[in-house]
Design a protein around this ligand. Structure first.
Ligand code: TYM
Length: 338
């Protein structure tokens, strides 16, 4: 059996979204809407796995609205594509429990993101942080989604989703019941790095705000962060081979390429041998030109929170139309009396 192409992806509502979220994922979502049906969720249930989202109800609700506003401002059309928060679609949690019994401890023990996020004090992390990738598999498979557009850091979680789908299909003698979802990791900025350290990825949780460009930054802040971005003493490279060992230069070139929809080669050709100061001012202008309209639209949408809540409710209703029958089939396969 071949599964109908369908896209599912999501983002955590913890802190504000940044350029990495936009270039690694959101920009591709907007394009994929033209190619196949999509569902985009704001993963509020994932957000409470860590301190950033736990025990802060007002902030969590506000962040959820902000992320939904960012989706819409970037070009996701809520009339065509359901946008909803995970907490309003209980089937995610229901399927996640069953997947907790499908996934093996050994599989979760290999997850590098848990190791990074739990740090030195694993025993103090929530159990939710540990089983986080299991909930992510449920997010995808409750819709039998086939394509998952994400940044490179989510690749291992996607492999786990495929393993869970495969094991469920085998264990319940239901070949092809769940599709094996494909990660869609495309573009020149699948892993945007910190502006302060080319070895670290741009992240919401970095303590330095100068390490990232937030989707809520104004033009002056964007220009300032790019001007201060770490570089090296050499001019811009004349060819790809000169990028080796220059992660900061490569990162800025990749950001420029992704924002301008050009290849890395084309950008290298355009700025070959120039000083960083000139390149940085071109990059700042380009970033402001691409990000500012999104920021402005986000602000406009956030001025009417009731309208965002209405969009999320409507998205959840449409999501449940797909999720409920799948959950019913799953329960039957598992042996739960309905
Ligand atoms: P989250 O909220 O950390 O990030 C959202 C999306 O942004 C991408 N991303 C990046 N891409 C490029 N460079 C970066 N520096 C960068 N930082 C983040 C992420 O890869 C992601 O695509 N577990 C997910 C959320 C999730 C999900 C799902 C995704 C929950 N359920 C189901 C897809 C399908 C997460 O924490 O993403």
């Amino acid at each position: 059996m071949t599964h109908k192409p369908l896209v599912l992806s999501g983002m955590q509502p913890t802190n504000t979204l940044h350029l990495g979220n936009y270039l690694g994922a959101l920009k591709n979502w907007v394009r994929m809407q033209e190619e196949m049906p999509c569902f985009f969720c704001v993963v509020d249930m994932h957000a409470i796995t860590a301190d950033a989202g736990y025990g802060k109800p007002a902030e969590l609700a506000q962040s959820t609205r902000e992320v939904a506003a960012a989706y819409i401002a970037a070009g996701v059309d809520p009339k065509r594509t359901p946008i909803f928060n995970q907490g309003q679609v209980p089937e995610h949690a229901e399927l996640s429990w069953i997947f907790n019994c499908v996934a093996r401890l050994g599989w979760l023990d290999r997850m590098t993101q848990f190791k990074e996020k739990s740090g030195k004090h694993k025993e103090r992390s929530s159990v939710g942080l540990y089983t986080y990738p299991v909930l992510m598999a449920a997010d995808i498979l409750i819709y039998k989604a086939t394509h998952v557009p994400v940044g490179e850091d989510q690749k291992q979680h996607l492999e786990l989703s495929r393993d869970i789908a495969q094991k469920f299909n085998n264990d319940f003698n239901a070949p092809d019941f769940f599709p094996l979802p494909e990660p869609v990791i495309t573009g020149t900025a699948t892993r945007v790095m910190s502006l302060r350290d080319g070895a670290k990825k741009m992240s919401k949780s970095d303590e330095s705000d100068n390490s990232r460009i937030n989707l809520t930054d104004d033009a002056a802040a964007i220009a300032d962060k790019i001007r201060r971005a770490k570089t090296d003493p050499h001019p811009l490279p004349a060819g790809k081979d000169e990028l080796a060992g220059r992660p900061e230069a490569e990162n800025l070139i990749n950001i420029y390429a992704a924002l301008s929809d050009k290849s890395q080669d084309a950008v290298i050709g355009e700025f070959a041998g120039q000083q960083f100061s000139g390149f940085k001012s071109a990059l700042a202008d380009l970033t402001v030109a691409k990000i500012e309209p999104i920021t402005r639209e986000m602000r406009r949408l956030l001025a009417d929170p009731a309208e965002i809540d209405r969009i999320l409710k409507d998205g959840a209703r449409r999501a449940r139309e797909v999720a409920t029958p799948v959950m019913e089939e799953v329960k039957k396969k598992v042996g739960f009396i309905a």
